[in-house]
Design a binder for this molecule. Structure first.
Ligand code: MG
Length: 375
């Protein structure tokens, strides 16, 4: 290790690229008639005076999923980047404090910047990010597969297709007409094999009377219910009306909501998305808190390509297996590789890279010209 790496490195330049990520299946549909055909992702490079560059990525699930949108990520990074020039990227706590002081809220804007600084820290330490996050457990971890909202028959067919790809955990996109959703859940449940896991994710799409009808109709089906209604209070009311295991996602946006849900016994599993909470630093805090509270997690992000998938892998692989309910390999959903070194799904499992940092090297040709460069 060089002397300059051991002294405090400083951020010298921050660049961002816009990259389009089309889907193998053409589109991804969820509640409320929402769909995305081409994901709009933002890749960030953070350069340092130590000769080390870190990479991050953020990709909102369109503008209608969470209070986040792709152009907003880039506008926010442009606004925030000047406050980070000259800072030590390996002082991750101080860096996050500075981001929070310079810009209130907007966690998704900070996510790719924080991710890139974890990449730098790992590269300088000569260790994979998973090691810095507590160390990898075992050789790999299991993934789940989201099933885009289609007819009951089509979705049930997908269960078999994805099982052939090695998945054994399936997350159905419901949150539409309750009768159709009941049909979807039952049709998919019929395709399950012993050991399979089925989740019905309404993505806030039901009103309480609709959610009540669905959970009642599937009371004898082995299915998890995820985020049936928009608000925490509505979800909690539905939770009290069902014996099905319960997952909260959209409302779990930080430590406060995790504590509240744990106190209220409002969820059996929480869905932890890196950009929803503002990056790996905050996601790790929530991950560790969930482990202490006895709450299982789905670890993923709002979407992304190779760099987001690498970051998910480091966080998921360093999570105790009994607490990791599932994780997502977004880079196998999209057609375009944007980096080499990212983990690739094998028999429904993924493993974090053993290389230092995130272990990814962006394909600069795939990224094209940067849309911003500061510093
Ligand atoms: Mg969800």
């Amino acid at each position: 290790m060089t002397a300059s790496a051991k002294s405090h490195p400083r951020i010298t330049q921050i660049s961002a690229w816009r990259v389009e990520l089309p889907l193998h299946e053409g589109s991804y549909k969820w509640s409320g008639g929402n769909q995305v055909t081409v994901f709009d992702s933002t890749v960030v490079a953070v350069e340092t005076d130590a000769g080390v560059t870190g990479y991050g990525e953020v990709c909102p699930l369109g503008p209608a999923y969470l209070p986040a949108y792709a152009a907003g990520a880039r506008a926010g990074i442009k606004e925030l980047a000047p406050a980070l020039i000259g800072q030590d990227p390996t002082a991750l706590g101080a860096l996050n404090r500075r981001m929070d002081q310079a810009m209130r809220g907007h966690p998704y804007v900070k996510s790719a910047l924080d991710m890139a600084c974890w990449d730098i820290t790992g590269k300088i330490a000569g260790l994979p990010v998973a090691t810095l996050l507590g160390g990898a457990h075992g050789d790999s971890f299991r993934l789940y597969r989201a099933i885009s909202q289609e007819s009951a028959k089509q979705m049930a067919g997908r269960v078999g297709d994805y099982r052939k790809e090695g998945y054994s955990k399936f997350q159905l996109k419901v949150g539409g007409d309750p009768d159709t959703d009941i049909e979807r859940i039952k049709a998919c449940a019929e395709k399950l094999k012993p050991g399979d896991v089925l989740i019905a994710d309404a993505n806030t799409g039901w009103l309480m009377h609709q959610a009540t009808r669905v959970v009642d109709a599937v009371k004898d089906v082995d299915v998890y219910i995820e985020q049936p209604c928009p608000s925490y209070e509505e979800c909690r009311a539905i939770r009290e009306r069902t014996q099905r295991p319960f997952i909260l996602d959209e409302v779990i946006d930080g430590v406060g909501m995790v504590l509240r849900a744990a106190q209220d016994r409002a969820a059996d599993v929480v869905n932890l998305k890196i950009s929803k909470v503002g990056g790996l630093t905050k996601a790790r805090q929530i991950r560790d808190l969930c482990q202490s509270l006895g709450l299982a997690m789905i670890i993923e992000d709002t979407w992304g390509g190779d760099i987001v998938t690498a970051a998910i892998a480091h966080l998921a692989h360093s999570t105790a297996p009994e607490f990791l309910f599932a994780a997502t390999d977004f880079n196998s959903y999209v057609t375009r590789p944007i980096a080499v070194g990212a983990p690739k799904r094998r028999e429904g499992t993924l493993a974090a890279s053993a290389a230092s940092g995130l272990g990814v090297v962006p394909l600069m040709d795939a990224l094209g010209e940067p849309v911003l460069r500061i510093g």
